[in-house]
Design a protein around this ligand. Structure first.
Ligand code: ZN
Length: 125
C-alpha cells in the first residue's frame, strides 16, 4: 500500500492496527483491549506520536462501529456506501450514530472532506 501511494506522491505517516480479538484462538492475542473500535486506543497512540489537529481530522469507514468510534473521539465520521456500507445503512442504521456524511465511495468522501476544509483546488506541496 505504501509503495502504491508513493507512486503518486502520497504517504502514510503511520499505520495503527489492533492485533487482538476477544475470541482469538491464540491466547496471546485474546484480549478485549482499548484499541478495538469503537474504543479510541489507536487514536490515543497516534496523538502520542503526532501533533494532530483533531478539529480537522476525520474517520472514514464502512461500518457503524467506525462512526461510533468517530463520535467517541469527537471526530467527524463519514460512512461510505461501498464495502459493508450499504448493508449497514439498510439493516443497522436504527439506533446507531448518524454520520456527518454518507459518501458514495472513498473518492466522494475525500471530495466532501476537501470541500468542508475549503481546500478544493489548492495544490498540495
Ligand atoms: Zn488491541
Amino acid at each position: 500500500m505504501r509503495d502504491k501511494l508513493a507512486e503518486i506522491g502520497a504517504r502514510l505517516d503511520n499505520i495503527y492496527y489492533c492485533p487482538h480479538h476477544p475470541h482469538a484462538e491464540l491466547k496471546a492475542f485474546r484480549e478485549d483491549c482499548n484499541c478495538r473500535k469503537p474504543r479510541t486506543g489507536l487514536i490515543d497512540l497516534a496523538l502520542r506520536d503526532f501533533d494532530i489537529d483533531m478539529t480537522r481530522s476525520y474517520v472514514v469507514g464502512d461500518r457503524y462501529v467506525d462512526i461510533d468510534f468517530a463520535k467517541r473521539a469527537s471526530l467527524a465520521g463519514v460512512l461510505v456506501k461501498t464495502g459493508y456500507g450499504m448493508g449497514e445503512i439498510e439493516y443497522k442504521s436504527e439506533g446507531n450514530p448518524v454520520p456527518e456524511y454518507m459518501a458514495e465511495d472513498l473518492l466522494d468522501a475525500v471530495k466532501w472532506i476537501l470541500e468542508r476544509e475549503g481546500t478544493v483546488g489548492e495544490k498540495s506541496p
